[in-house]
Design a protein around this ligand. Structure first.
Ligand code: ZN
Ligand code: FE
Length: 165
């Protein structure tokens, strides 16, 4: 393998990372929705699943806009966030209330990861003069930020519900 020397190559690699992460989240979000008992939290995960499917399409479109084949790149970052969730559930066996609260944090960890990835990708796309790519990536970024806000609001609500009187 020759050494990577071009910002465009780095951009494409990181685009592959987020494609892998989004695909992983398409598989994970239905699991989180099933684990949630709070109806609003469950609906939130289901709504974000629909958005995440669109994110996959948008990322593929970015590859296309750049004349490249969409290629996912194994992303240990999102794998780690997923593994942390799985291990917690297995080891701690949380009650439904604690599980809901835990899921708000687990979801927020994934959103923060995606927000960091898309923020960097938008900056790079603009620097590369890829206006269409930047616009598509900004759409995804905006929805990740919304999803994070929703999770934070749920965390606040569910924490208060569980607080001693
Ligand atoms: Zn997403
Ligand atoms: Fe997300």
């Amino acid at each position: 393998m020759p050494e990577m020397s071009q910002p465009r190559e780095l951009f494409l690699h990181e685009l592959g990372d987020i494609l892998y992460a989004e695909n992983m989240l398409v598989k994970t979000l239905p699991k989180l929705a099933k684990e949630a008992t709070d109806p609003d939290l469950r609906t939130g995960f289901e709504m974000h699943l629909a958005q995440t499917r669109k994110h996959v399409e948008n990322v593929k479109q970015v590859f296309e806009a750049m004349g490249e084949k969409a290629t996912a790149e194994k992303c240990p970052g999102i794998d780690g966030i997923t593994a942390e969730h799985d291990e917690f559930m297995k080891k701690e066996k949380p009650t439904p209330d604690i599980c809901d609260l835990f899921l708000t944090g687990a979801g927020a960890r994934a959103e923060h990861y995606e927000i960091a990835a898309y923020t960097g990708l938008v900056i790079s796309a603009k620097a590369l003069g890829e206006t269409n790519a930047a616009r598509l990536l900004e759409q995804n970024l905006a929805e990740e930020k919304e999803a994070l806000k929703t999770l934070e609001a749920a965390a606040m609500r569910l924490s208060k519900a569980g607080a001693p009187a």
